[in-house]
Design a protein around this ligand. Structure first.
Ligand code: 13P
Length: 339
């Protein structure tokens, strides 16, 4: 078996370039359909291609973005000029990643909790997309908090932790740096204290499973949620509290050998996602040996997609909107975002 460790470590370090983060543009056809419906754009292959071309051809994107996560369809598409998207991104010095999970299925025996599908075909898929030029991958596991229903259950935590670990080592065996994404949903009325407790519990289980599967930590990235109050709690936490609780949860669970933590935005507003990341990178007094950055989907794209609205004449304005958020988050990675 090829030993990809040197390449994995190099890819992970390149993604963790100071002042940069990851653009998550890997919405499945169904998910991007919802985005398009909100702006009255038909969910056709050409519209999906045109929108992704808009994102990837944004001038100076590479100043703030080190990697882009692609959906399988996008990874095989080209810009109007005929250049494959992966090639176009490579020319800008941006690493392409690939979403390799096949979505969620209800986990029988739980209260509608889920497991992530796709392990059976993962080895072949990883080989194929490495061949196409991808160098990292994403697999999203989802857990929910419901204190009245006992969620997340130990069953769901174990299933998802083990699935993430199996995915992680299969990717590494094929030269792809795995982004380990155990997303604990923001939905619900729970407090920020509960969010922190659950985050620590889930991360500890994920780390144990990764260790038991012999993950190569130096070629591995984490994509967690930030610790926030539940979205229907009626409570707004300050950026400082979110930063303290999130970094505390990480410092109690994540090995220093892991190269980088790239947060998901998970329904935060664009501005909140930038301000909270900035607060973490300015935090003093809590040890944080990892590179802390962003791997945002909605918090990078929301204004851009609305500005585009499917019209060619809005292209430049939409690209400008994307660049505003990319720059803000790049500065937040350095702890220099002014808001
Ligand atoms: P959000 O930043 O919109 O949460 O998406 C990131 C992502 O890739 C979720 O899997």
């Amino acid at each position: 078996m090829t030993d990809f460790r040197k390449e994995l470590a190099e890819t992970a370090s390149k993604l963790a370039t100071p002042g940069k983060g990851i653009l998550a543009a890997d919405e499945s056809t169904g998910t991007i359909g919802k985005k398009f419906a909100s702006i009255n754009v038909e969910n056709t292959e050409e519209n999906r291609r045109a929108y992704r071309e808009l994102l990837f051809t944004t001038e100076h994107l590479e100043n703030y973005i080190s990697g882009v996560i692609l959906y399988s369809e996008t990874a095989k598409q080209s810009a109007k000029c005929g250049t494959k998207f992966i090639e176009l991104l490579k020319k800008k010095g941006i690493v392409s990643g690939i979403k390799v999970d096949q979505g969620l299925k209800v986990l029988p025996g739980t209260n509608d909790e889920t497991a992530t599908m796709g392990l059976d075909t993962l080895d072949a898929m990883a080989k194929e997309y490495y061949g196409l030029g991808c160098r990292f991958a994403k697999w999203r596991a989802v857990l929910k908090i419901s204190t009245t229903d006992g969620c997340p259950s130990e069953q769901a935590i174990q299933e998802n932790a083990w699935g993430l670990a199996r995915y992680g080592t299969i990717c590494q065996a094929n030269g792809l740096v795995p982004i380990i994404e155990p997303e604990i949903l923001i939905d619900g009325p729970h407090s920020i204290e509960v969010s922190q407790k659950v985050t620590e519990r889930v991360l500890a289980s994920v780390v144990k499973a990764l260790q038991e599967n012999n993950i190569f930590w130096e070629g591995c990235l984490l994509k967690p949620n930030m610790v926030t109050p539940g979205s229907t709690s009626g409570v707004k936490a300050t950026a400082s509290e979110i930063a303290i609780r999130t970094v505390t949860a990480l410092s109690r669970t994540i090995p220093p050998a892991l190269v980088g933590v790239f947060f998901l935005s998970g329904g935060q507003s664009e501005e909140e996602a930038s301000v909270n990341l900035n607060a973490m990178n300015r935090l003093e007094g809590i040890r944080r040996p990892w590179f802390l950055s962003f791997s945002y989907g909605r918090a990078l794209q929301n204004t851009a997609v609305k500005t585009w609205a499917g019209k060619a004449e809005n292209l430049a304005a939409a690209q400008a909107a994307l660049l505003v958020r990319a720059k803000a988050n790049g500065e937040a990675q350095l702890g220099k975002y002014q808001g």
